[in-house]
Design a protein around this ligand. Structure first.
Ligand code: C2E
Ligand code: MG
Ligand code: MG
Ligand code: MG
Length: 281
C-alpha cells in the first residue's frame, strides 16, 4: 500500500514542483531587467528612539519591486530569488547606491541597511560600501548594517571577518530578526553586535500570552549584557508600546508609528517640532 501511495504521491506532486520551479525561474529572469526598467525602488520606515531623537531621526531602507504583470512582489520573495540566481551582489549594490543617494539629502539622520550574507561574502564589498559612503560624504557611524542569522554567519569565517572590518571602520552592526532562528543564542557570542532587532513574532503576542513577556525580557537582558541596543519590531498597535518599554527596549519600529514611506516624505516626517517622533508621545 505504502509503495503504491508513494508512487501516486510522486506522480501527483512532481508536476506541481516543476511548475513552482518554472515560476521561480521566470521571476529570476524578470528580475534581470527590473533594474534598467525602473521597477525597483527604495522605501524608508522610521525607527523611534525611546530616549528621544538626539539628531535627526532614523529610518530603515527597504527595497520594493513593482513587477509589470504581478504588481508588488514582496522582498521576502525576490531577495531569495536574487540569492538563488546569482543576482544578489548586483541587487545589493543597486540598493546601496540608491539608498545612500537618498540619505545624502538627510543630514543628521541615521540609516539602517539590510545586507544579504552573500554580499558580506563577496570580495570587495567593504571597498564598495566605503566608496559609496565617501562619494556622498556619509560617515560610517551614521549607518547600521543589519544582518540576519539566516546563513549562520558564525560558521562563515569570511562574512565574520568582513563584519569585523566594517565595525572597525565605524559602521554599526545590527542582528536582525533576533529570536527567530535556531542560532540566535550562539550568534550573540560570535560577534559584538551594536544592536539587536527583536523580530515581530516576539512582540505581537504581548499582552495575550504571559510567556511572550518572559521571552522578550530574556532577550533584552541578554542584549544589555553584551552592551547592545534593542529595537522592538512590529509595533503595530498602541498596546504593544508599554510592554516593550517595560522590558527595556531602546527603540521601537512598526506600523503604529509609520509604514515604510517614500524618500520624498522622509524630511517632512522628521521635521515635526519637538520630540513628536520619539517613541513615547
Ligand atoms: P526586516 O529587515 O526584518 O524588515 C522589517 C519588515 O517588517 C519590513 O517588511 C517591514 O515593512 C515590516 N514591518 C514593519 N513594521 C511592521 C508592522 O508593524 N507589522 C507588520 N506586519 N510588518 C511590519 P518588508 O519590507 O516586506 O521586508 C521583509 C524582509 O525582506 C526584511 O525584513 C528583510 O529581511 C528583507 N529586505 C527588505 N529590504 C531589503 C534590502 O534592501 N536588502 C536585503 N538584503 N533584504 C531586504
Ligand atoms: Mg531589517
Ligand atoms: Mg527586522
Ligand atoms: Mg523581521
Amino acid at each position: 500500500v505504502s509503495k503504491k501511495s508513494g508512487r501516486n504521491a510522486a506522480t501527483c506532486f512532481a508536476p506541481q514542483m516543476a511548475e513552482e520551479r518554472a515560476v521561480d525561474r521566470a521571476l529570476e529572469k524578470d528580475l534581470e531587467s527590473a533594474f534598467e526598467q525602473g521597477q525597483l525602488r527604495m522605501v524608508y520606515q522610521p525607527i523611534h528612539a525611546v530616549a528621544g531623537t538626539a539628531g535627526g531621526g532614523e529610518v530603515e531602507a527597504l527595497v520594493r519591486w513593482h513587477h509589470p504583470d504581478l504588481g508588488e512582489v514582496p522582498p521576502s520573495t525576490f531577495i531569495p530569488a536574487a540569492e538563488r540566481s546569482g543576482q544578489m551582489v548586483r541587487l545589493g549594490e543597486w540598493i546601496i547606491r540608491r539608498a545612500l543617494a537618498d540619505f545624502a539629502h538627510w543630514p543628521g539622520m541615521t540609516m539602517s541597511l539590510n545586507l544579504s550574507p552573500l554580499q558580506l561574502q563577496h570580495d570587495g564589498f567593504s571597498a564598495f560600501l566605503l566608496d559609496a559612503c565617501s562619494r556622498h560624504g556619509i560617515a560610517p557611524q551614521r549607518l547600521f548594517l543589519e544582518v540576519t542569522e539566516s546563513l549562520s554567519i558564525e560558521r562563515n569565517t569570511r562574512a565574520l571577518l568582513t563584519l569585523n572590518l566594517l565595525r572597525n571602520l565605524g559602521f554599526r552592526i545590527a542582528l536582525d530578526d533576533f529570536g527567530t532562528g535556531y542560532s540566535s543564542l550562539s550568534m550573540v557570542k560570535s560577534f559584538k553586535f551594536d544592536r539587536m532587532k527583536l523580530d515581530r513574532s516576539l512582540v505581537m503576542d504581548l499582552g495575550q500570552d504571559p510567556a511572550s513577556m518572559a521571552v522578550l525580557e530574556a532577550a533584552v537582558t541578554m542584549a544589555r549584557h553584551v552592551g547592545a541596543e534593542v529595537v522592538a519590531e512590529g509595533i503595530s498597535e498602541e498596546h504593544l508600546i508599554g510592554a516593550t518599554l517595560d522590558a527595556g527596549c531602546t527603540h521601537l519600529q512598526g506600523y503604529y508609528y509609520s509604514k515604510p514611506i517614500e524618500a520624498d516624505d522622509v524630511p517632512a516626517y522628521f521635521a515635526q517640532p519637538g520630540d513628536e517622533h520619539s517613541a513615547v508621545a
